[in-house]
Design a protein. Structure first.
Length: 386
């Protein structure tokens, strides 16, 4: 069975009205809880330690290959950002990174996005290039498909940021979302220490997302593939047939309500693969589906075009009905019958549900195409966005 590498964890910092969420590596999943996050739990290079050199990076975008040594020789302060393009936690940080690049690139800051993939399809250069283009990323990005720079930094989460001085010292680090003002102040301090004047640049400018006031805990991320289901604490698949063996096509019968939280249910014929649950037959009546109960405002689904048919449609139902327009994410369209649809034509994260208020609901994803799939489902509690 493939090595278990990556599991995401959502942490809610309700005490300070900030969400600090991270996609976490090499640990069992946890149900949502209200906690104070400790950066020590994530490992990584410590503040004050010597930075390490990039290793194993290739397929550079927006730049020729660079090294930390070459940037230090130019008296550059470097912000290393570990990310992967289907991670919702990473995507939420991109507007802030873009703002810092725009304001400080001419004052001594170089941001290097180290793309460390969670799924196999995220290793493909064309997929990363598409994501960089669609997200409007202008700073250098390189692929760390072998996770060698990730390992050199002793990193364990996405997103993770390490601020490195021209003296090759880690002067600040941050794991997950949030603390954007604190991070920018660290950037400004490092640039000032390096001899750059940033006094005429106003900090801030990108509004920080607001957490729904009703948030206490939301549904954990759900995974479809057995890499993340066959170990204690996984158990994202609710039906025991899933665990009879890997790479098996099984005819599932959905037991219906009541459903357990933090798990998904299947109806019809599905094959459990390493990274996804995959529709194992072609149908024409939308009888096969995946369903789950959730508590959140937003639902995002990582899906891939079918290997058999290419692009396919997913019919989305919320509490037994099509989505209302005010509850539909930007990747949802409506057909002449009033159905809410997502067209899966790229391997990426799709923004499916964005509700006007946090609540508990049932979501059903109906798929006819053979090879239709679900890699992961993530949830959000912000008043806007994924």
């Amino acid at each position: 069975m493939p090595r278990i590498r990556l599991t995401r964890l959502l942490v809610l910092l309700v005490a300070v009205s900030v969400v600090a969420s991270a996609c976490r590596s090499a640990s069992p999943p946890e149900a949502p809880s209200t906690v104070v996050v400790s950066t020590s739990r994530f490992g990584g290079l410590a503040e004050g330690s010597a930075g390490v050199e990039f290793v194993g990076l290739d397929h550079w975008l927006n730049s020729e290959p660079v090294t930390l040594a070459s940037l230090a020789a130019q008296n550059r302060v470097v912000l290393v950002d570990f990310w992967t393009y289907t991670c919702v936690n990473c995507l939420r940080t991109l507007p802030f990174l873009a703002d810092w690049h725009e304001k400080y690139a001419g004052r001594g800051l170089t941001i290097v996005g180290v793309h460390a993939p969670e799924f196999e399809f995220e290793k493909r250069p064309e997929n990363v290039a598409n994501a960089v283009r669609e997200q409007g990323i202008l700073y250098p990005v390189a692929q760390d498909n072998g996770m060698r720079t990730w390992d050199a930094f002793h990193n364990s989460v996405w997103p993770a940021k390490y601020l490195i001085s021209p003296e090759a010292l880690v002067v600040y680090r941050h794991f997950g979302e949030g603390d954007y003002a604190v991070t920018e102040e660290a950037i400004r301090a490092a640039l000032t220490d390096a001899g750059y004047d940033v006094s005429d640049i106003e900090p801030g400018g990108v509004p920080e997302p607001s957490l729904d006031r009703a948030t206490v805990g939301i549904t954990r991320e759900l995974y479809g593939g057995y890499e993340r289901n066959y170990f204690p604490g996984g158990v994202y698949a609710a039906q025991e047939e899933y665990y009879l063996g890997p790479d098996r096509a099984v005819l599932y019968t959905d037991p219906g309500a009541p459903r357990e939280h933090h798990q998904w249910y299947a109806q019809g014929e599905w094959r459990n693969e390493a990274e996804a649950i995959v529709h194992a037959r072609a149908t024409d009546d939308l009888q096969d589906y995946l369903a789950f109960q959730f508590v959140a405002r937003a639902v995002n689904v990582v899906m891939h075009p079918s290997e058999q048919t290419g692009a396919y449609e997913v019919v989305v139902e919320l509490d037994g009905r099509p989505l209302d327009p005010d509850a539909a994410g930007p990747d949802v369209a409506f057909d002449d019958e009033g159905r809410s649809l997502v067209t899966v034509d790229q391997p990426r994260m799709y923004r499916v549900v964005e509700l006007p208020a946090l609540g508990e609901h049932e979501l059903v994803l109906r798929m006819d195409a053979e090879g239709a799939n679900m890699y992961a489902v993530t949830f959000g509690a912000y008043t806007e966005g994924p």
